[in-house]
Design a protein around this ligand. Sequence first.
Ligand SMILES: Cc1cc2nc3c(=O)[nH]c(=O)nc-3n(C[C@H](O)[C@H](O)[C@H](O)COP(=O)(O)OP(=O)(O)OC[C@H]3O[C@@H](n4cnc5c(N)ncnc54)[C@H](O)[C@@H]3O)c2cc1C
Length: 453
Amino acid sequence: VTERVVVIGGDAAGGSAVSQVKRARGDEVDVVMVERGRWTSYSACGIPYWIAGDVDGPQALVARSPQVHRANGIDVLVGTEAVEVDLDCAVVDVRGPDGQTDELGFDQLMIATGATPVRPDIPGIDAQGIFGIQTLADGASVVDALSEQRPLVNAVVVGGGYIGIEMAEAMLRRGLNVTVLDQAPEPMPTLDPDMGRLVREAMNGMGIDVQRAQVEGFEADASGRVRAVLADGQEHEVDIVILGLGVRPESSLAQSAGLCLGESGGIRTDERMMVEDSAVFAAGDCVESFDRVSKSWVHVALGTHANKQGRVAGINLAGGQATFPGIVRTAVSKVCDLEIARTGLREVDARQAGLDCEVVTIESSTRAGYFPGSTPMTVKMLAAAGSGRMLGAQIIGREGAAKRVDVCAMALWTEMTVYELMQTDLSYAPPFSPVWDPVQVAARVLSAKLAER
Ligand SMILES: Cc1cc2nc3c(=O)[nH]c(=O)nc-3n(C[C@H](O)[C@H](O)[C@H](O)COP(=O)(O)OP(=O)(O)OC[C@H]3O[C@@H](n4cnc5c(N)ncnc54)[C@H](O)[C@@H]3O)c2cc1C
């Protein structure tokens, strides 16, 4: 009998894994991918840009459709939900598109169920016109709502994280008045508040009204369509609401199967992406990752990790050897022309952890000051007091700012000191940077501050 590998979840992590297994083992294995939606290997990351009108969707956002996976020899069950996993009997119970249930036996299992968007139980949240942004179907619903005959005037985005601000841009560019409401003092809580303040000020300058407020409820009109958002006793008239309140690991299936979860609620795996105390693999937004800087387990739901972890799990499922060495919490996003990037620890993380560190925030520019198109750029950087080891960086600026964070991510990855970073051979020509790259200016100022101690 041919060995059977079952993978639950058919997007970034699941799709990467099945491709690896099939490539390595061909007809020696049956590979079955169970996906409750209708799309596979799609880019949720592209949804805000589809809604803004930068890219087409939904087909253009699909890297590998069920048909393409099938042509590669993978048995894809779409519209099919895995409802229970029995590890002792090596069986997954699935419910198909018509509600029929079935048992799927496996020799090897991988869980790649992703994350679930937070949807708080606030009065009125089920009114029409309130959208979460997670799947291509969500994207299509928003595009449909924006194409209705009735013109939409006011949009409220609840949540000022990266998906919230990307959606705020999309709504603005579709011609709506946009308000972002968040209970946190500043948007982008993955940054320190002083950097978040720069994001808020820039967004306000773009015409996006960013307010600190706790959303208490939604009111609908007689037809059931959202009409107002109630927040801190104020009523915001609204035609469309976007929820961007973050995600939780979708680990319930794994938990009921008795698999090990970490404190974040994500599935805990080893470096091979094998779930602790089991023979099951897991990857992507449903797992927690090891943060190489803080040496702790964290839940960071990003496609960059899901793809890499899925690949590692797939290689190991196929009998190969691969490891996922952890993360340093690098992330980039943008709102209109403002680029936002971070890696490593924030100052608040370092202080909370009781680390003795020095912090600097410097102003530089994206090109040589005299070069046309040069725009301001702010870099915040922190380093450990004794060793000078780089601990984290945040960058905000216009075109060309964000990807500079990758240099900082490499410095973190290799446990470089800021003295070393200051001296590394980074590129320079006037159209690309000042003669001292802003990242190296920050490392230099930080080195001087450390030396003064
Ligand atoms: C709007 C948006 C923008 C984003 N932008 C970025 C970005 O710029 N950069 C970045 O790195 N990341 C970004 N992300 C995050 C990125 O999309 C995710 O990290 C990535 O998709 C995770 O992949 P995954 O395979 O682990 O999970 P998912 O993509 O969530 O896939 C899990 C799949 O499992 C299926 N599933 C779940 N439970 C079951 C079940 N019981 N039975 C069958 N199927 C099941 C789901 O239907 C889903 O298709 C963005 C996400 C969103 C929503």
